[in-house]
Design a protein around this ligand. Structure first.
Ligand SMILES: [Fe+2]
Ligand SMILES: [Fe+2]
Length: 294
């Protein structure tokens, strides 16, 4: 059976880093700032209607409301993904000795994700918006829970971390964004940097070691997972809930500005996957066709 390798020194390095720097969102974030319409909830140019005629006709308050709902939909997607990852990690943990550094790393990663999901849930609650439950949630989760290999799971984890990482870093830097959203994004970025480091290390060490069949399955899954994550970010019910015209979904779908944002969201991921040859000449055209690669 394939046994993955990851250097113990690297694991110890990220374990030590997380002991030095982990955040309790209930203590670190000032939750008293009102969740009203004075700030945007994500960068304006990342809102799905930005750049369209409809956007130009909207008032500032309408735009802010839309940004609030879309930010909360992205948070709900992140929670959904974090839960699936934690499920997988706990499942692996059943067979890991507490004498193995992997044991500590996985416990840390699950603990981080628990705090993140609570922090995101708190923000959704305070915004007073509905829960935008990811579409086909149970079906997709069943697939990721029971039918994916460790390498494939690591690829989709990295995809989710990189895509949401782009949104986090843009939000953290944007003075127009709500202070809680900026703080929450900063915490997530710092803690996720270790998770991404782990996924990078794991893939670098193990990708060259896996067989042809697993490799081609994982390549397919990596692209599919990235498409699913991006597709889930903006729930279509948002437009209906905000009383926007019936054709809004179509307008958002055909918004040329979204093409650029989608590519920017997946850039870091695609660069890394190209570097380690997960995205090779054979699969690159599929990434391009999906609008995820330049
Ligand atoms: Fe997270
Ligand atoms: Fe993570």
């Amino acid at each position: 059976m394939f046994r993955e390798q990851i250097s113990d020194q690297y694991l110890q390095h990220i374990i030590d880093a997380s002991r030095r720097k982990s955040f309790d969102p209930y203590k670190e974030i000032d939750w008293s700032v009102p969740f009203d319409y004075s700030y945007f909830y994500m960068p304006q140019d990342m809102v799905s209607l930005y750049g369209t005629k409809l956007w130009d006709q909207m008032t500032r308050e309408q735009r802010v409301k839309l940004s609030m709902h879309e930010a909360c939909s992205a948070l709900a997607t992140t929670i959904w993904f974090e839960n699936q990852l934690s499920f997988k990690l706990m499942d692996y943990l059943i067979n890991v000795s507490p004498l193995d550094p992997h044991f500590y790393w996985m416990q840390i990663e699950v603990a981080d994700e628990c705090r993140h999901s609570m922090m995101f849930g708190e923000a959704i609650k305070r915004c007073g918006v509905p829960w935008y439950e990811p579409r086909l949630s149970s079906l997709i989760a069943f697939f990721s829970k029971y039918l994916t290999s460790r390498v494939a799971m690591m690829l989709s984890t990295l995809a989710a971390e990189d895509v949401t990482g782009y949104l986090n870093s843009r939000t953290a830097q944007d003075p127009e964004c709500h202070p809680v959203m900026r703080e929450l994004s900063k915490i997530h970025m710092i803690e996720e940097a270790r998770h991404r480091g782990y996924a990078h290390q794991f893939l670098k060490q193990n990708w060259p070691r896996i067989g042809k069949f697993r490799r081609s399955m994982a390549q397919r899954y990596g692209l599919l997972a990235t498409r699913i994550i991006i597709w889930q970010l903006v729930h279509p019910d948002i437009y209906k809930n905000l009383g926007l015209p019936a054709e809004t979904l179509e307008i958002a779908k055909n918004n040329p500005h979204r093409v650029r944002i989608r590519r920017e969201m997946s850039k870091e991921l695609v660069d890394f996957l190209t570097e380690i040859d997960v995205v090779d000449e054979k699969v690159a055209p599929k990434w391009r066709a999906a609008g995820l690669m330049g």
